[in-house]
Design a protein around this ligand. Structure first.
Ligand code: NAD
Length: 486
């Protein structure tokens, strides 16, 4: 079935049909998908082009009236079926993800659960009231707000969470009654294609769910220019987000932008240090550091700084690095640009006076995309790693002396996605939570996300929220209705 695969992934799957090599609007081109652990080609996927991108919108537009007009419980039933099929295919989806993305298999399984949870959440949300009453300010008038689906929604997703970033968008859009065109990252199309196969089996009517693989600028460029695409939901870098924001201006689309992060991780002097170290490891090294929620800057109070540095470094040295199917703590990075960025950030920090406590280089024995987990101490604020998203397994530590100082340094960033705070002092926690300009503040823990919470950032980390009731907003319009009975 697959064009020129160099691995036998399909023979390892219980449902080989999930290992699909073509989207819904295939053209002539081929896209090689590589296993980052080995460099081997996993598959060559058939690409679409501008014509295919337009055809996908034609289909989605044609499918919109039927889908949005369907009774909510019928739409919900299809979403529930999709959820159940995703869960039933967890092991296959996780293996596909490891093959193209490289993450440890247990993280991949966890991502499938997380991905499915959005589908279940929005299947249920589809049944909740979509009409709200308004207390009338006019005589004899009755007022209501109706929430209606906007129409066709374009969903553009990154490679670091190849399944969850799709379902987080698609489930909300579909639950709201929109039809979708999905464009996944060129690094991880196979997970997106597998989700598309399951969507078809779940019974979404024709045109409701469309996957388009191809050159990003061409495909997404067609969609941003197309006035029939009423909403665009993007997860990816701030740089590409800015571009799509500009491109969407001419057709005044509704936007969701989930962009870069550069999380501060603050440990105050009265904190549970064991816990701060353990949570810091998770906050930095999950998804091999390639996570928008990844802690980039560790601000540690000077009284506990040396002890934290020692304990954190010891914990980092105990982390295993390896191929995803061996289920290590850390897998390979996605491509060599990521490796170059780690090297550049480490070198730049050291040149500016930082101390390299552990790591700092590629593990050549494992392969060119395996970067050793790294800790830098005494990193100055003007080092690149303190200004830019590193998106890899390099932790930058620095001491601080006062609350005011650490809030100012933590907020001195164009990003505002998530901030982590460790303290056992309730008043300090309150002040920190108030002071930090971040869309999410995590206190004494790392994992804070889930389908029922509104995920998103402030400043240039994004626009809008995904998950929760708020995740429906970009995919719905409010229609105000005023009826006069006088
Ligand atoms: P990216 O911006 O390079 O790509 C994201 C998507 O945009 C991909 O589908 C890609 O095909 C498409 N794209 C790339 N160039 C384009 C162009 N010129 N025109 C149209 N589309 C284009 O990001 P990435 O490297 O895939 O992902 C990493 C980034 O994503 C990081 O910055 C990370 O912080 C961010 N991210 C954010 C969240 C969040 O929820 N805030 C979640 C995951 C990742």
């Amino acid at each position: 079935m697959l064009d020129d695969p160099k691995t036998d992934l399909d023979s390892q799957l219980s449902d080989p049909e999930l290992f699909s090599n073509t989207g819904d609007f295939a053209g002539d081109g081929r896209l090689a998908v590589r296993d980052p652990a080995t460099g081997d080609i996993v598959a060559k996927v058939t690409m679409s082009d501008a014509t295919g991108a337009r055809a996908a919108v034609d289909a989605a537009q044609a499918g919109f009236a039927g889908w949005s007009g369907m009774l909510p419980q019928d739409r919900a039933a299809i979403l529930h079926r999709w959820h159940d099929l995703i869960i039933a295919a967890k092991e296959d989806l996780a293996r596909i993800m490891v093959a193209e993305q490289g993450k440890p298999i247990s993280e991949a399984r966890g991502e499938i659960d997380y991905a499915a949870s959005f589908v279940q959440f929005y299947a249920e949300e589809a049944l909740r009231p979509n009409i709200e009453g308004v207390t009338s300010h006019l005589p004899d008038a009755e007022m209501e707000l109706w929430r209606e689906p906007v129409g066709v929604a374009a969903l553009i997703t990154p490679w670091n969470f190849p399944c969850a970033m799709i379902t987080r968008k698609a489930a909300a859009a579909l639950g709201a009654g929109c039809t979708v065109v999905v464009h996944p990252s060129a690094e991880t199309p196979l997970s997106a294609l597998a989700l598309g196969v399951l969507a078809r089996r779940a019974g979404f009517p024709d045109g409701v769910y469309n996957t388009v693989i191809g050159d990003a600028a061409t495909i997404v460029g067609e969609w941003t220019a197309d006035k029939r695409v009423r909403a665009l939901s993007f997860t990816g870098s701030t740089e590409v987000g800015r571009l799509l924001y500009r491109q969407s201006a001419d057709t005044v689309k509704r936007l969701v932008m989930e962009l870069g992060g550069h999380a501060p991780f603050i440990v105050f002097q009265r904190a549970d240090l064991d816990r701060a170290v353990a949570e810091g490891i998770k906050a930095k090294f999950a998804t091999s550091g390639q996570d928008c929620l990844g802690a980039n800057r560790f601000y540690i109070h000077r009284e506990i700084y040396d002890e934290f540095c020692a304990r954190f470094t010891k914990a980092v040295e105990a982390l295993s690095l390896g191929r995803g199917m061996e289920d290590p703590d850390i897998g390979p990075l996605i491509h060599d640009r990521q490796i170059e960025k780690q090297k550049a950030h480490v070198q730049n920090a050291v040149d500016k006076g930082a101390r390299l406590l552990t790591g700092g280089a590629v593990d050549e024995g494992l392969g060119p995309l395996f970067f050793r987990p790294t800790v830098l101490a005494d990193v100055p604020d003007d080092a690149a790693i303190m200004r830019e998203e590193t998106f890899g397994p390099v932790a930058a530590l620095t001491p601080f002396d006062s609350e005011e100082e650490v809030y100012a340094r933590a907020n001195d960033s164009e990003y505002g996605l998530v901030a982590y705070v460790h303290s056992l002092d309730p008043r300090r926690i309150y002040r920190a939570t108030r002071a930090l300009q971040y869309g999410m503040v995590a206190v004494n823990r790392t994992k804070v996300t889930g389908a029922p919470i509104p995920f998103g950032g402030m400043k240039q980390s994004g626009i809008g929220r995904e998950g929760a009731r708020q995740g429906l907003e970009a995919f719905t319009e409010i229609k105000y209705v005023c009826r006069d009975w006088g």
